[in-house]
Design a protein around this ligand. Structure first.
Ligand code: 5GP
Ligand code: MG
Length: 179
């Protein structure tokens, strides 16, 4: 285990097994209809790679990099797009992949923006869900695991761009980011 990880929440095996189950749910949901998978950079890349190998419908893959910011008391709901999707998404079934949903602000804004482009449908799949700090009710169609309100790393999730490569999901030691 990495020296900066306090404890492991889900092992590589547990994550792999859950992704397989989620893929089955998603396959049943789409029933062979073509899907454009949009992976939200960078955190959901590991999840996306594992998931799409198990999907059995025609799949195209694209990426978006965005972050939301609110200004303290006023939730302005602004979205900064650092990298937009490149595929034509009008009239397409969109499956949006996120690593983790915390406040829900980012996903809320991305969904709003994509809907404005005339997509046929939008569904969301998130590997981890942290319901404790939710500010915006977001559409969550497929959820890997609910997790407690702790700062987690691994399986694509970073702290200061590190730890994305850990094959498990772990709680980061507080000493790493405090002081
Ligand atoms: P929100 O749902 O608050 O708009 O933001 C979700 C984003 O916050 C995620 O994509 C992720 O980048 C970051 N985030 C939230 N909680 C955690 C966590 O426990 N660990 C890590 N590494 N990132 C987190
Ligand atoms: Mg992130």
């Amino acid at each position: 285990m990495n020296e900066n990880v306090e404890r492991i929440l889900f092992t590589e095996e547990q994550l792999k097994y859950r992704v397989r189950e989620m893929a089955e749910e998603i396959n049943n949901y789409y029933n062979g209809e073509a899907v454009t998978v949009i992976s939200v950079l960078k955190g959901s890349v590991v999840f996306a790679v594992d998931l799409i190998k198990q999907l059995n419908m025609p799949v195209s893959l694209d990426f978006i990099c965005a972050s939301s910011y609110g200004s303290g008391t006023i939730s302005s709901g602004k979205l900064i797009i650092k990298k937009d999707v490149e595929l034509e998404i009008e009239g397409q079934n969109i499956l949006l992949l996120e690593d983790i949903i915390d406040t829900g602000e980012t996903l809320h804004e991305i969904i709003k923006m994509l809907k404005g482009r005339g997509t046929k449908s939008i569904a969301t799949a998130m590997m981890f869900n942290k319901p404790a700090r939710r500010k915006k009710a977001v559409q969550a169609d497929f959820i890997g695991f609910d997790i407690p309100d702790e700062f987690v790393v691994g399986y694509g999730l970073d702290y200061d761009e590190q730890y994305r490569n850990l094959p498990y999901l772990g709680v980061l030691k507080r000493s790493v980011y405090e002081e």
